[in-house]
Design a binder for this molecule. Structure first.
Ligand code: FE2
Length: 149
């Protein structure tokens, strides 16, 4: 038998992290809108939210990259290795993008492009989440069908 049970063990942690990240991402979308208004949100609020998002992202990526999650997925479905490698690469890109945003917010504060870069990073994050969810859904569908067991 393959190991969706093993994957599910970690999956609960990942789902909880995703929920928290989604809530933070929604607050950040609100921030994007606020940044386009004349009366900008205070810098301290921007930095605080970016810091929360950065910490949540790092924790979530670390959980996903543990052997019991992506690792068990690739062991069970070696054909997924390219997709999982792509998801790993996106983790690196997103981490760098959020770090760049934090630097931009710290050094350029009220830069009119901050909202644009913030929105673009959120789009990338949401596209990443969709790809990952699709992969996991396919994985569980195949596993329930009993293929390869
Ligand atoms: Fe991920």
């Amino acid at each position: 038998m393959f190991g969706s049970t093993h994957l599910l063990g970690n999956g609960a942690a990942v789902l909880a992290e995703h929920d928290a990240l989604k809530a933070t991402a929604a607050r950040m979308r609100g921030l994007c809108k606020a940044l386009s208004h004349e009366k900008k949100p205070p810098l301290v609020e921007i930095n605080q939210l970016l810091s929360v998002f950065s910490a949540g992202l790092s924790a979530n990526f670390a959980t996903e990259e543990q052997d019991g999650y992506f690792g068990s997925l690739v062991s069970a479905r070696p054909e997924c290795d390219v997709l999982v490698a792509h998801l790993h690469a996106e983790h690196v890109q997103l981490t760098e993008a959020v770090e760049a945003l934090r630097n931009r917010a710290r050094t350029e504060g009220r830069n009119p492009q901050l909202g644009f870069f913030l929105g673009r990073t959120l789009d990338q994050f949401q596209a990443h989440e969709r790809s990952e969810n699709r992969l996991l859904q396919e994985f569980f569908l195949l596993d329930e069908g009993g293929e390869g067991e």
